[in-house]
Ligand binder design. Structure first.
Ligand SMILES: *Cc1c(COP(=O)(O)O)cnc(C)c1O
Length: 405
């Protein structure tokens, strides 16, 4: 009898959850003869608006496209400053550079890794000395919405637009207190952008959605998402459309295909089920890892519906004989792939060299970077895989304890 050696269990960082419903719908689209933006995109937009609870939803080929279109529609121009958390993915800041504006970084707070809104007035005041500060892009880290009220107050006070980077947030909600009404992600900002990248909470392979309540922003983003054409291609080519269009601006090519939207409509139908599964896995990790003193588990902010896109643990590196990098490698040797979210943007060569940032300029983000590790979390993970992750973290910690602390 072969023994059940734990090191033979492979745990990928992610595996997309795709059912026959998605596959059959894609095949239907392929057979229909209409494969780019068309009826499935419309269906996906309507269903998304209903699910998230917003008026306008524009399907795009990425979340990055949504953030870019939002800044453009809000009139961000060359030389403007936009406040961006340093603890985020590349997309959040690069879109500011697309418009020749400049990201002004802000540190995160330890509690939830979201933007430290208490620092916002000071960050704005410092940036304002050299450039108009026009907008702020809060990133809801891992799918948990951070401090909302002081963010909105400070933004309003300084006339800043708010664009929510809601890449992790399908779904996420917040409320002010136990007896207040739940509020939707996207209701804080002028625009919010979601991601359907392969490893996000719902996926279309590549894809995104921009949402807004403002019809003027909706119109501008829609036009700019397709070459600056005054009409959508799907209208042009549909029975009631016409060949005629006008170019009103040099737009971009950011539309979603019907092939991708076919995946999206079924992922969205399954969004609550997928969320339920993510929540269950997160709860399992939190329960099973809670007694390990050398690891800090994700903290839940009261009155938040967490999407659980990411389950990020922190290593108490001063109590261990190995650093985060070695910890990641040790897990990999046991068949477990993990990730790091993120190396703060101000530490990347481009931003460091262009703006002269030093790691210690944002001390909380810089320290967290040395400590964080994202565990695999995806619907369909087996009990065996989950147990293997938990026992591997436990055994690596216990074999690398620093004595005398
Ligand atoms: C994934 C991600 C994006 C980009 O999403 P795409 O759909 O790949 O463009 C933007 N912001 C954050 C925080 C992300 O994690």
């Amino acid at each position: 009898m072969p023994s059940n050696k734990p090191q033979e269990i492979e745990v990928p960082f992610h595996r997309a959850s795709i059912t026959d419903a998605e596959i059959d719908e894609v095949v239907k689209v392929l057979r229909s003869g209409w494969i780019t933006s068309g009826p499935l995109v419309k269906r996906f937009e309507q269903a998304f608006a209903e699910y998230i609870g917003c008026t306008h939803a524009i399907a795009l080929n990425s979340c990055t496209a949504g953030l870019h279109l939002a800044l453009e529609a809000l009139g961000i121009e060359r030389g403007d400053a936009v406040v961006v958390p340093t603890m985020t993915f590349a997309a959040t800041a690069e879109v500011v550079r697309y418009l020749d504006a400049n990201p002004v970084f802000i540190d995160c707070r330890e509690e939830d890794f979201n933007m430290d809104t208490a620092q916002l007035p000071e960050v704005i005041a410092r940036a304002q000395a050299t450039a108009p500060v026009r907008a702020v892009i809060p990133v809801h880290y891992g799918g948990q919405i951070g401090e909302v009220n002081s963010l909105k107050d400070t933004a309003a006070e300084h006339g800043l637009k708010i664009i929510e980077d809601a890449a992790h947030c399908c779904p996420a909600k917040f409320r002010d207190s136990d007896d207040a009404d739940w509020q939707n992600v996207g209701s804080i900002g002028d625009v919010a952008a979601f991601s359907f990248y392969a490893n996000k909470t719902i996926t279309t392979g590549e894809g995104g959605m921009a949402i807004t309540e403002d019809p003027a922003l909706e119109e501008r983003m829609r036009i700019m998402s397709l070459h600056g054409m005054s009409r959508d291609a799907w209208k042009r080519f549909s029975k009631e459309g016409s060949y005629y269009y006008e170019i009103v601006a040099p737009g971009y090519k950011y539309n979603l295909t019907d092939i991708a939207a076919a995946i999206g409509v079924h992922q969205l139908r399954r969004a609550d089920e997928l969320h339920c599964e993510r929540t269950r896995i997160a709860a399992f990790y939190s329960e099973q890892l809670s007694d390990i003193d050398e690891v800090i588990l994700p903290r839940l902010i009261p009155n938040r519906l967490h999407s659980w896109h990411l389950y990020v643990i922190r290593l108490k590196v001063d109590r261990l004989t190995i650093d985060r990098k070695a910890f990641v490698e040790a897990l990999r040797e046991l068949g477990i792939t993990t990730s790091v979210h993120w190396m703060p943007l101000h530490m990347h060569p481009y931003y460091r060299d262009k703006y002269g940032y030093r790691p210690e300029d944002f001390p909380v983000a810089a320290r967290l970077y040395d400590e964080v590790l994202t565990l695999p979390l995806f619907p369909g993970m087996t009990d065996e895989q989950l147990d293997h992750v938990v026992s591997s973290v436990r055994s690596i910690v216990s074999t690398h304890l620093r004595s005398g602390v």
